[in-house]
Design a protein around this ligand. Structure first.
Ligand code: SF4
Length: 755
């Protein structure tokens, strides 16, 4: 599990020169975000980077972290690169596939049985390629990263949206798709549009019932779920320095809910204390030596309006505890207004379940503050009214809080401790309910509360609050209760009131764990075999895609002319298909089944030109493939928008689609297509979309002189024997043209590794 001290030293060695160069080039003082980004630019891109929000820039992240669901395809692809080891320190975390049903031990055992082939694959591929492997039960990716790998001033990408959690320790940590993780592990740079900057100045100090969670619940209310899009949120001020490192992690984690690229706090004494408390005092020592680079310049924080694109100020002295929801995390209610909102909106007042923990809120501080409320249930003779679950974020935290008696406190007031895993947070929750059609309320200390997120039930109204507020609500069982002001009737008929929660930032006896659940990779993995059962329906080793044949591509059938919106979800649907995410051939049976066919306004019904029959898109394409016939997909504007999903680019490639011709691409999907060796082209005149007829045969001409900025030509052979042609644009640079020719970026890396 050892963190890589040498790697951190190398990163810190760059800081002085990079920050000085950035100051010189910009002629201005720098935010912390700018310092970290400049320190991680790939060579040659420094000048381009200085214009914020303008262009994409190449970065060299220090680490990669992957959760078990998204790691599968990322690692199957990485195997194609032919490298003996990953290029940067990387880890895999088995957290998303464990279903919460009865409690930690039984649920973990079931998950190990059900997911054995996936875990065996991830363990063996990690062992072979130098990747740290965190077994099922070890904890949730972001909590484990914060405890073991996050370091101030570092840069990390992770295949999960709440990767920004590591910003609590001053790391730029960004959630990405599996294709990006594969690139960085394979040694390629990683590109990001240089972000805009939002500054959040925190004044005052938290007290009483208010916690770090309430800062981000308040920010979500101000910025809404879209307000952080394309921006990095940097927190600063005396209030920021007063927060624990884990509290900062909570705030950064939930920055994903405002759409932010990531969020970050500067390095300070709290960060140093947490590093030391988690046995990383040597990192704190290194960080102390360059600490002026691990925070924004004084002048920036004195006049933030001059340096940030937007500035928000929050006074922690005045901040109330918040409850956000239902159905969206930005519907923010100060606790004093919440009961009224529940009544006015006719939300179910009876609370059925309260859930604390998750990657967002399961620090020692969170648990101790919640336990101080839970203990009052026993001490004040209160009977807990709602169900209560506790999800520890890691085995380190779980073991420590059990040792210190806090899990016992929860259990004695009716709490059920679940496995150290995502469980209910990601819908892996076999909720016990007598009537799923009943409108009902739950409250969690998680981050997301969109409809159906936790239990798949659209009738569930999910609210989000701090763990201590959730605990108080669980005891009251009523959402119109205000734990700060109201009393409850206890078992003796007395009126009792909660005392304010009290917490301990870090364990006085120190953190402890017996078995953290970590498997170190083999020193030399060359003899390790990657375990994939050839008969598996969930996993399939990939074959390299074939190289371009060296000629123009002719005789293509039209697979589908998609009409209107065609997102990555239309191209590769999620939901039940996700169980096949490690099996390219099986998941390809969802290819484009959500896209609307222009010619019949129907989804998943296209004409098979070989039979004249209409049928599902994947089956039709498989028929063309079986006959050795290529095809083309035609699309509308912003084709491939939505979450970066590598399957949306891999499936057409796997099934033999040769080109995607659209009015415009969503950029990330366009890049993903290029990486897979696909031809992604756009109409020079978008009116040419109207020329495409259902029975057309396509030629793509000009590929033998394929060069940047030079148009290609598409020739249409209509069914009536007529023919017409038009120009198409592309955005391939010289390197991407090589990817196309080689049949994919990984084919080039493999060739380079072999030479
Ligand atoms: S606990 Fe929830 S938010 Fe955190 S990584 Fe798991 S699913 Fe994502």
């Amino acid at each position: 599990m050892a963190f890589d001290l040498d790697m951190i030293k190398k990163v810190y060695d760059r800081y002085s020169t990079r920050v000085a160069a950035a100051r010189k080039a910009t002629g201005k003082h720098l935010t912390l975000t700018e310092k970290i980004l400049y320190a991680h630019l790939s060579e040659g891109d420094a000048q381009k980077a200085f214009a914020r929000g303008v262009d994409y820039v190449d970065f060299a992240p220090d680490r990669v972290a992957m959760q078990d669901a998204t790691a599968q395809m990322a690692l199957l692809q990485f195997m194609q690169a032919g490298r003996p080891q990953v290029a940067v320190p990387s880890t895999v975390h088995c957290d998303h596939l464990i279903q919460a049903k009865v409690g930690a031990d039984a649920d973990l055992k079931t998950a190990k049985d059900v997911n054995m082939e996936v875990y065996d694959f991830l363990a063996s591929v990690s062992d072979k390629y130098g990747i740290g492997f965190w077994k099922p039960g070890a904890g949730i990716i972001h909590q484990v990263v914060l405890e073991n790998y996050a370091f101030p001033g570092g840069m990390m990408i992770g295949t999960d949206s709440h990767t920004p959690n590591a910003g609590g320790l001053g790391m730029i940590a960004i959630g990405v798709g599996g294709a990006d993780a594969c690139d960085v592990m394979a040694g390629l740079p990683w590109e990001l549009k240089f972000p805009k900057l939002i500054g959040v100045k925190l004044t005052g100090k938290l007290s009483g019932w208010t916690s770090a969670k309430d800062v981000i619940l308040k920010v979500a209310g101000i910025l809404t779920v879209k307000g952080g899009t394309g921006a990095i949120v940097e927190y600063f001020g005396e209030g920021a320095r007063s927060l624990s490192a884990t509290g900062k992690g909570t705030i950064c984690n939930m920055g994903a809910e405002i759409g932010a690229t990531t969020s970050i706090f500067g390095y300070d004494e709290k960060a140093a204390a947490y590093l030391s408390g988690t046995k990383r005092a040597d990192i704190a020592e290194l960080a102390n030596a360059i600490k002026e680079h691990l925070t924004g310049d004084d002048e920036v924080y004195a006049n933030p309006e001059q340096y940030f694109d937007e500035v928000i100020e929050i006074n922690l002295d005045e901040l109330e505890p918040h409850v956000n929801g239902p159905f969206t995390p930005d519907l923010a209610w100060p606790i004093s207004k919440f009961a009224q909102a529940v009544k006015e909106n006719n939300w179910p007042t009876k609370l059925e379940v309260g859930l604390i923990g998750s990657c967002t809120n399961s620090s020692y501080e969170d648990i101790t503050r919640s336990a101080s409320i839970a203990k009052q249930a026993t001490d004040k003779h209160l009977t807990t009214k709602a169900e209560f679950t506790i999800t520890p974020g890691s085995e380190l935290v779980r073991y420590t809080v059990e040792r210190d008696g806090y899990l016992g406190t929860f259990e004695s007031m009716g709490g059920v401790v679940l496995a150290n895993a995502c469980g209910p947070c990601i819908g892996q929750w076999a909720r016990h309910t007598d009537d799923p059609t009943r409108r009902n309320s739950i409250i969690t200390s998680f981050n997301r509360n969109f409809a159906k997120r936790q239990d798949g039930n659209p009738n569930t109204h999910a609210f989000v609050a701090s763990p201590e507020i959730v605990t108080a609500f669980v005891i009251a069982g009523d959402l119109t209760f205000n734990p700060l002001t109201d009393t409850l009737t206890n078992d003796k008929g007395e009126q009792v009131k909660f005392d304010e929660p009290v917490g301990i930032e870090m364990p006085i006896k120190g953190y402890a764990v017996e078995d953290a659940g970590y498997q170190a990779p083999a020193e030399d993995g060359s003899q390790v075999s990657v375990l994939v059962d050839p008969k598996s329906s969930r996993l399939q080793l990939l074959e390299p895609f074939t190289a371009w044949e060296g000629t123009d591509i002719t005789g293509l059938k039209l697979l589908i002319k998609a009409k209107g919106k065609c997102t990555t979800d239309h191209i590769s649907m999620a939901g039940p298909w996700l169980k096949f995410r490690g099996h390219l051939d099986n998941i390809s049976n969802n290819m484009l089944i959500g896209a609307i066919n222009y010619f019949n306004n129907t989804a998943d019904s296209v004409k098979n030109e070989l039979t004249g029959e209409y049928g599902p898109v994947p089956a039709t394409q498989r028929d063309y493939k079986a006959h050795g016939i290529g095809s083309i997909v035609v699309g509308d504007e912003n084709y491939g928008e939505g979450s970066s999903r590598e399957h949306a680019a891999m499936e057409p490639r796997h099934l033999g689609v040769r080109a995607i011709l659209v009015k415009s691409f969503a950029r990330i999907h366009e890049t993903n297509l290029k990486k897979q060796g696909m031809l992604g082209i756009t109409f020079a005149d978008s009116n040419d979309y109207d020329k495409i007829q259902e029975d057309d045969i396509f030629d793509i001409v000009g590929l033998t002189s394929f060069t940047p900025d030079k148009q290609l030509t598409v020739v249409l052979h209509h069914k009536d024997g007529s023919q017409e042609s038009f120009q198409v644009n592309h955005t391939y640079n010289a390197q991407q043209i090589e990817w196309f020719k080689a049949g994919g970026a990984l084919n080039i890396i493999r060739r380079q590794m072999a030479s």
